[in-house]
Write a new protein. Structure first.
Length: 143
């Protein structure tokens, strides 16, 4: 596996997680981020959209950045270009707690983000769709 995580690790993260922050959230129909965000909501997660300009994504309170979210987040799910991932990794370090996972969606890799988070108890997932992994490992409860 490219990120070094086994299926059992991913399944444990997905089962333990309650709150997922979707960074780069947009509710534009047909876009991968919209499909994934809506899936996660239907699967029962507390989804928190994060976008610096958009408001009311998926009719939910949308925050401009991770550090503005008042609740603890279990998974930080990134729909941002790889160039922005190190910045978000540093943002995660400043939260004051360690989320279960820093999840970079399909096609997103960042060795720099991985290095930033390497000393933290945070699983770093690269190049994997959280929706696909949830369906594969847990079932289609949000389909």
């Amino acid at each position: 596996m490219l990120d070094g995580l086994k299926d059992q690790d991913l399944k444990r993260i997905l089962e333990r997680a309650v709150t997922v922050a979707v960074v780069g959230a947009k509710d534009k129909p047909g876009q991968p981020v919209d499909l994934v965000g809506r899936y996660l909501i239907r699967a029962g997660y507390n989804v928190i959209p994060v976008h610096p300009k958009r408001q009311g994504v998926w009719e939910l309170k949308t925050y401009p950045s991770l550090d503005r979210i008042p609740d603890k987040v279990d998974i930080v799910d990134l729909f941002r270009a790889a160039a922005y991932c190190p910045e978000h990794a540093r943002e995660v370090l400043n939260l004051g707690y360690a989320p279960l996972a820093f999840w970079m969606q399909l096609g997103i890799f960042s060795s720099e983000a991985r290095k930033i988070l390497k000393s933290e108890p945070i699983a770093v997932v690269e190049d994997r769709c959280i929706k696909t992994e949830h369906q594969r490992l847990i079932g289609t409860s949000g389909a």
